[in-house]
Design a protein around this ligand. Structure first.
Ligand SMILES: [Zn+2]
Ligand SMILES: [Zn+2]
Length: 84
């Protein structure tokens, strides 16, 4: 995920709106509008970039936990847990 507009070099954070082509050429919304949503590098269509809601490190941690099987360790249906 690129962090600057390739047209005007404006900083684009991972929560900022941006537009990308299929090659991930990245542009700010203003430049994308000026380019008529057409990538000047590959002539591809520029579409809104999905915004991230979590930091990459947090996603990496949760992926690792799922891979190690921590994700479903809290519920074990073989033992009843209703005695409160
Ligand atoms: Zn721009
Ligand atoms: Zn492109």
């Amino acid at each position: 995920m690129k962090s600057t507009c390739q047209q005007c070099a404006q900083a684009l954070g991972w929560q900022d709106p941006a537009r990308i082509c299929s090659f991930e050429c990245t542009f700010c919304p203003e430049c994308a509008q000026a380019l008529h949503d057409r990538c000047p590098n590959c002539a591809g269509e520029l579409v809104p970039r999905p915004r991230r809601t979590r930091r990459p490190t947090a996603v990496a941690v949760s992926l690792l936990r799922r891979r190690l099987g921590f994700g479903r360790a809290s519920r074990d249906h073989s033992a009843p847990t209703s005695d409160g």
